[in-house]
Design a protein around this ligand. Structure first.
Ligand SMILES: [Ca+2]
Ligand SMILES: [Ca+2]
Length: 185
């Protein structure tokens, strides 16, 4: 009986049907790749574009996976998450999904700072999760003067493009969160 169960399990595991729902990272598109990390931001008065992660989830055969359970998980760090933050979503018929990252804080150069999974399989493991809401110690779910002070000191938690310097590209992201000043509901 045990042998039979194992054989059935192995069959299920290696059948094309089983693999059809397993994501294959290199075939998936994730918009956060452009910055080599994710950006969180408090969502009032509105969501900033940079905090929206757009994804197309595909399997090893490069076919989109419909109705895949997508999840984002952050590493343990000085984050502040809005109560409106939703960590889970589901892909549509074309394998597409989006997640909006609502909060503040910073982890940089840390394995599993932000991990995106689909149907339990890892799609991306980002080393960087950053936000305009960062005062040097924590995110407090508000982008305000304390964060400006830190930004002008060129803290690399504001290097949103993750290219080693705080520059104009990063200022664009910071100012989206600061003007107007964003906070959680
Ligand atoms: Ca803050
Ligand atoms: Ca930069």
């Amino acid at each position: 009986m045990k042998k039979l169960l194992f054989a059935l399990f192995a069959l299920a595991l290696f059948s094309p049907l089983a693999w059809a729902n397993v994501p294959y990272g290199p075939n998936c598109d994730v918009s956060a790749d452009a910055l080599n990390g994710v950006v969180l931001c408090p969502d009032v008065p509105g969501v900033i574009n940079q905090s929206i992660v757009l994804m197309t989830i595909r399997n090893q055969a490069d076919n989109p996976i419909a109705n895949a359970a997508v999840n984002v998980q952050f590493g343990s760090g000085p984050f502040c998450f809005c109560a409106t933050m939703n960590y889970n979503t589901t892909t549509d018929a074309n394998g597409r999904a989006s997640l909006t990252l609502r909060g503040g804080g910073c982890l940089r150069g840390i394995d599993q700072a932000a991990v995106i999974r689909a149907n339990g399989g890892v799609v991306r493991d980002y080393l960087n999760a950053k936000s305009p809401d960062w005062d040097g110690a924590t995110g407090n779910c508000s982008v305000n003067i304390g964060d400006v002070v830190r930004f002008v000191s060129h803290d690399l938690c504001f290097d949103f493009a993750n290219d080693g310097t705080v520059d104009l590209t990063d200022y664009v992201v910071f100012s989206a969160g600061y003007t107007p000043s964003h906070h959680c509901p």
